[in-house]
Write a protein that binds this ligand. Structure first.
Ligand SMILES: Cc1cc2nc3c(=O)[nH]c(=O)nc-3n(C[C@H](O)[C@H](O)[C@H](O)COP(=O)(O)OP(=O)(O)OC[C@H]3O[C@@H](n4cnc5c(N)ncnc54)[C@H](O)[C@@H]3O)c2cc1C
Length: 376
């Protein structure tokens, strides 16, 4: 009998899990990987699209390239999940699983921030960055605000990167002197677990004249008066707003009854949910790591090791520790790195200064996953 595994979502978590299970179990596996999209893209490629460095089509990795023993990819929209019976319904049919893994990521709730849809922009979706790739070249004068509207949000370094890359872009166009850039984030320092990384970013902001506004979030925008309103009622005039929208689980996850306080709770050691045979990994959970691909991938590795151990009688994995490395774009083609550990005591981070080696390492991060997951 083949083990029937159904993986919901082919993002960082779902792709890594399917790849490892295929490599270890091959044809003894009957894995169905379901995603509504026809392609995957790395989160950081949104910054490339926003600043016109690449067109959207160039950053998409198409699921039709997934040819792995024991894995069947289906492009279908999941319409219901019953975690008790491990039964999943899509627009095309119903799937029953011995093991169900939920890796459906986080969606955005643009309407949760009044005025954002009418008077601002967000750079967390492809629709948002495509729109901004047209607006940014026309921004030559005034105040640009990069602002976080809510926590948790994906990739905590991304707002800092966006502010630094915007600075570069305006310098290249010769209009930086006519523009102000402010960064509003809800933390006291840019990367709370790593004071050294935060110090380097704060230095970079101050050298470039980027105003850093800590411990604040944007609660609304008033498009008529062109002001951003912060959570302490302070107002900031703006000409261009680059927002990080409120995150939430996809509707189908909310309707499944699996969430508590907005996210799927899991045992942080092994990513099990309260439902037997059902795991959840990545942004859709409240596991205690930031929402980032590198953590979704690490969680998927722990789940894969447990599934393989159960199926083949091997050793069970060590508890998941929430370890990950995040690359940080400082602009001017300089890339630093922070290595963080979240679930083995108080969160800690270790900073690596920007170097040419880290530029190559970040490229390898993308190309190695493209090869492993897509054979490209
Ligand atoms: C600007 C930006 C920069 C980033 N930079 C980095 C970085 O440098 N490093 C890093 O590690 N992370 C980065 N991230 C974060 C990273 O992209 C996410 O945290 C990561 O993709 C989460 O992985 P996941 O597997 O949990 O979910 P996802 O990768 O989001 O995958 C979820 C999948 O579920 C599918 N899905 C959702 N609902 C349904 C449904 N009803 N039916 C079918 N399919 C559905 C979606 O189509 C999606 O493919 C960045 C994010 C952004 C926005």
């Amino acid at each position: 009998m083949k083990l029937r595994v159904v993986v919901l979502g082919a993002g960082f978590g779902g792709l890594e899990l399917s790849t490892i299970l295929s490599e270890s179990m091959g044809e003894t596996l009957d894995l169905t990987l379901i995603d509504k999209s026809d392609s995957f893209a790395f989160g950081f490629s949104k910054l490339d699209v926003m600043f016109g460095r690449k067109p959207v089509e160039a950053v998409r990795l198409h699921y039709k390239n997934i040819l792995k023993p024991g894995v069947d990819f289906r492009q279908e929209t999941i319409t219901s999940i019953d975690p008790k019976s491990r039964r999943v319904t899509t627009g095309h049919g119903t799937y029953e699983a011995d093991i169900l893994v939920i890796a459906l990521g986080a969606d955005y709730d643009i309407s949760a921030t009044p005025g954002l849809a009418e008077g601002g922009n967000e750079f967390y979706s492809f629709a948002g960055v495509e729109q901004l790739s047209k607006l940014i070249p026309a921004f030559s004068k005034g105040h640009a605000i990069v602002g976080v509207t809510s926590t948790p949000f994906k990739c905590p370094p991304a707002p800092s990167e966006a502010a630094l890359l915007l600075h570069d872009h305006l310098i290249k166009r010769g209009v930086r002197g006519d523009c102000e850039i402010s960064l509003v984030i809800p933390f006291g320092i840019p990367i709370p677990p790593s004071p050294d990384t935060s110090k380097a970013l704060l230095k970079a902001f101050s050298e470039r004249g980027i105003k850093f506004i800590p411990n604040r979030r944007v609660s609304s925008l008033d498009p008529k008066r062109h002001v951003v309103i912060l959570d302490n009622d302070d107002e900031m005039p703006y000409e261009l707003f680059l927002g990080i929208p409120k995150h939430r689980v996809p509707d189908v996850v909310a309707a499944s009854g699996m969430t508590y306080q907005g996210w799927i709770p899991v045992n942080p050691d092994d990513l099990t949910t309260e439902f037997p045979g059902v795991y959840a990994v990545g942004d859709v959970t409240s596991v205690g790591t930031p929402k980032a691909g590198i953590f979704a991938e690490g969680a998927a590795r722990t789940v894969a090791a447990a599934i393989i151990a159960n199926a083949q009688g091997g050793e069970h994995p060590e508890p998941y520790k929430g370890i990950g490395s995040c690359y940080i774009e400082f602009g001017a083609e300089r890339v630093g790195r922070v290595d963080v550990v979240f679930l083995a005591g108080p969160p800690t981070g270790y900073y690596f200064e920007p170097s040419d080696e880290l530029v190559r390492e970040k490229q390898h991060f993308g190309s190695s996953r493209r090869a492993r997951w897509f054979g490209l």
